[in-house]
Design a protein around this ligand. Structure first.
Ligand code: DQQ
Length: 574
């Protein structure tokens, strides 16, 4: 067994033996179902509601489903409990937008009503068929609670809102075959067209091996299972919400899901139910053998690349053919208890949609908030050439620090003092827990203290620390929730990831989207992203502050910092 495999087995055992914070899906809370807010608490907890992230006025949300653009309107469906603030009673809620920022909620698209989905309408995707005809593929739970794959089509294609959806009676299209695990068979992907066939994936597992099984169809109605999965990996457990798409080798533009050829690589992302992380590999799709082979630069397993090293799950991407970009949506669950969610009357947000493309190294993806987000920026505050010596901290004044967009570039004059990197430090989150934002280093920790109370009783630091290994520098990025709130009983992890960045120009950049109970951060132009859900009790509304800091012995300079208040979208889903 190689070291990587040993590591995944070890981690799997830890997850199975101890609860390490992540919670498996589909936990039912019978005592919390159907409780409307009025019956639980008159005091709606508004203070942690987000200002510019996507969330409905009340109740539980989870996975983004079937995002698309149709006749100039963006559509987002998502898993929604119309009856309460915990998971259950799931329907496909539906919102539309002209710009991915201002959203209008319309009536749910699909809900349990037919034998093939009577026990649930779970996650899925949209495929646009020739003639601009969108089709939803989704998982239904039938009377035996088997997971089956269904389709739904718009009732009226001339309505750009696509308000009504029909679930034809020839459903289900795909049922779990002999020997398959009928309770772990879900979340069909967008289909792609190749050599006269549609192909799509469904997530499943065999014992502890996670897999993406492949189905083929000529007419989108009759689907045949391929003999072997497109890809699978031992010790990864159930693969939820697979996503499979091409990325261009030569441009940042996105590609239609059916593009195949010499100028592309493919990306396979899966959501690991065991750890609640989305991990992906970059690799090659062999269309003749219907196999996907990850590149040897991509770790395939629990220790692999993640879209986001924080609270981010069940993501789904789509190709925006109007602006030629691939857009990624991800769900951020709460980090507090179900009882608290019921008390506040809502749970779950969608993170800001991100444009995603292949890095020039071809080893990883890069992500950046969609450009349209910048229309919410207001009241710019700037700093430049501000030196931060050891122990310095400077407050960024003049913005609403609880609802802000901050971009900063740090200049590191010398890397001489970088501490040695121990190669056994493979787990970034543990390393961040060990070093934190206080323990003095050589180069770093330096970064931002977000959602900070005036006297720093509470703060969520987002920061870098640079180490020196044998032949290169290693950059650690942390978004450390441990000091985020004085409130007890919250999940407060020291989320962290490594950043594969060349420090030759001595610069490191950071962007943080701060929104009351979420801090969504992009390191080195979007090479490493970390989202934390936090619930300060002092650092709220006008009492939230923002600082830049350096606790490394080497000075760093804020070359440029731009911060903006973020206004609430004119229309946010209500
Ligand atoms: N959530 C859905 C499932 C999916 C899971 C149910 C991922 O289809 O596997 O709400 O969060």
């Amino acid at each position: 067994m190689v070291v990587g495999e040993f590591f995944s087995v070890f981690v799997l055992c830890c997850i199975l033996l101890f609860n390490i914070g992540a919670e498996g899906s589909h936990k039912v809370y019978p005592h919390f179902q159907s409780l409307k807010l009025a019956e639980t608490s008159a005091n709606v907890k508004e203070v942690h509601r987000t200002g510019f992230h996507f969330q409905p006025p009340e109740n539980w949300i989870n996975d983004p489903n079937g995002p698309m653009i149709y006749k100039g309107l963006y559509h987002l469906f998502y898993q929604y409990n119309p009856k309460g603030a915990v998971w259950g009673n799931i329907v496909w809620a539906h919102s539309v937008s002209k710009d991915l920022i201002n959203w209008e909620a319309i009536e749910p698209a699909i809900w349990p009503s037919k034998p093939f989905d009577i026990n649930g309408c779970w996650s899925g995707s949209v495929t646009i068929l020739p003639g601009n005809r969108p089709v939803i593929l989704y998982t239904g739970l039938d009377p035996q609670k088997r997971q089956v794959q269904n389709y739904a089509i718009p009732k009226n294609l001339s309505d750009p809102y696509l308000r009504e959806w029909i679930k034809p009676d020839n459903n289900p299209l795909v049922v779990p075959g002999k020997g398959m695990n009928a309770t772990a068979f879900r979340d069909p992907t967008t289909a792609w067209w190749v050599d006269g066939h549609w192909k799509m994936l469904v997530g499943t597992k065999r014992k502890h091996r996670g897999m993406a099984v492949l189905y083929r169809s000529r007419d989108f109605m009759k689907w045949t299972k391929a003999q072997h999965p497109l890809h699978s990996k031992e010790h990864t457990g159930m693969w939820e919400c697979p996503d499979f798409f091409p990325v261009s080798l030569h441009s940042d533009n996105g590609l239609d899901t059916s593009v195949i050829g010499e100028n592309v690589k493919h990306v396979l992302k899966v959501s690991l139910d065991l750890t609640r992380y989305d991990y992906y590999t970059v690799g090659t799709y062999d269309k003749n053998k219907d196999r996907y082979i990850p590149d040897n630069t991509s770790v395939d397993g629990w220790g692999g690349l993640r879209y986001d090293y924080g609270n981010f799950y069940a993501s789904k991407s789509f190709f925006d053919d109007v602006k030629n970009r691939r857009i990624l949506w991800g769900w951020a669950n709460e980090s507090d208890t179900a009882a608290h969610d019921v008390e506040k009357g809502w749970a779950g947000i969608q993170l800001i949609p991100r444009t995603v493309w292949l890095d020039s190294s071809r080893k990883q993806l890069v992500q950046w908030p969609v450009k349209e987000l910048e229309t919410l920026r207001w009241n710019n505050v700037q700093l430049s050439n501000q030196k931060l010596t050891k122990g310095n901290k400077v407050e960024i004044k003049g913005i609403t620090a609880g609802q802000a967009d901050v971009e900063v570039t740090f200049k590191i004059p010398s890397l001489e003092k970088a501490e040695p990197f121990d190669p056994s430090w493979v787990n970034a989150q543990e390393l961040c827990a060990q070093k934190g934002s206080h323990v003095q280093g050589g180069v770093g920790p330096f970064g931002l203290l977000t959602l900070a109370s005036k006297n720093l009783e509470e703060y969520t630091p987002v920061f870098f620390r640079v180490f020196k290994s044998k032949d290169k520098h290693v950059v650690l990025m942390c978004s450390d929730a441990r000091s985020s709130s004085l409130k007890q009983g919250l999940y407060k992890p020291s989320f962290a990831g490594f950043v594969d960045v060349d420090l030759a120009d001595g610069k490191l950049s950071l962007r943080s989207l701060i929104d009351h109970s979420v801090v969504e951060s992009f390191g080195a132009g979007g090479k490493t992203c970390i989202s934390s859900r936090v619930y300060p009790i002092l650092a709220v509304m006008k009492d939230a502050h923002l600082f830049a800091f350096n606790n490394g012995s080497e000075s760093v300079t804020i070359e440029k910092l731009n911060a903006w208040n973020m206004v609430k979208p004119k229309q946010m889903n209500n």
